[in-house]
Design a protein. Sequence first.
Length: 352
Amino acid sequence: MDYYLKCNRCNEKYGSSYAGQICGSCSGLLEVQYKKKVRPSLDAESFWDYEDQLPKSQYRHYLLGMTPLARAHGDGSLLMKMETLNPTHSFKDRGSAVELAKAAEYGFDEVVCASTGNMAYSISYYSKLYGLRSQVFISTNANKDKINDIKSVGDAQVHWVKGDFNKALAQAEDYSRKHKAFLTGDYCYRKEGQKTLAYEVMQQVHDLTHFIVPVGNATLISGVYKALRELKAANKIRKMPKIIGVQASGCMPLVRAFKLKKPVSYERPHTKADAIAVGLPTFGAQAMEAFKETGGYAVAVSDRELEDEKKRLYENYGIVAELGGVASLAAYRKAGIKESGRAVAVISGANV
Ligand SMILES: [Zn+2]
């Protein structure tokens, strides 16, 4: 659909020909704004049936999304959204398909990103499909096995960064300025792609009360919230489910901000769940708004609880997922959501 970009910080507007995702005036985050009211379909048969709800571009059609909703053992109150079945085994592919199409459309031949692992894997894969070179900046704290995955699907050049994700992000932004590479990652186009996860879930289940989402950079949770708002505004759903954000107790800036009723502030990550080890989530403020507007909240789970959940998922279902990927299941158990309705837990990634 036709759109423009608007800065979250200084409200400056940019037409769709603006080849960037950060405000040229204040470096604030841009947001995609559609020129007409978004009318999401709840009878899609493929990911690309959502093209009218995405920024207008020259998309190429790949096998993506429409992941199954698996019913957990028991009374049917818990459903698992199997994002591990996307091409690079995580939800990131939804955003990459949209974001890399824009990079190609603007005529870039190189993209750059910062990543905790899964983002780089997905961007490496989609860059190759779109004929783009990719540079990825990864913290030395990241899971080294993920590098093999990244190398196996594309030609990404990996730059190791001593420090955490936020340090890698600063270096990726610097690279994009110096080398005129398209900066990809947790920005506005990716968020639009992530919306499709919520469209699908709301098509798959009608009496949902809780939407449980793991939180790293908070792009997925803010995409889910945007999709739910669009569905509500178009009268496709009566009520938004509560949005529950899950972080590791060793890296829980949102949980802390939610408890203290304060703005989100940086916290140095100490967790083995590398996919959600982000000390200062880019879309943190939007996640806080999602909790407030849907009656949801933020939950922290320990690495031990994540390890147990990962083991249980494999033993009970034969499903492999990573620590960050099972965070939503651990939160479901810990927060006692079973008693209060019907929940979807996003199984976000399986790169172990
Ligand atoms: Zn601005």
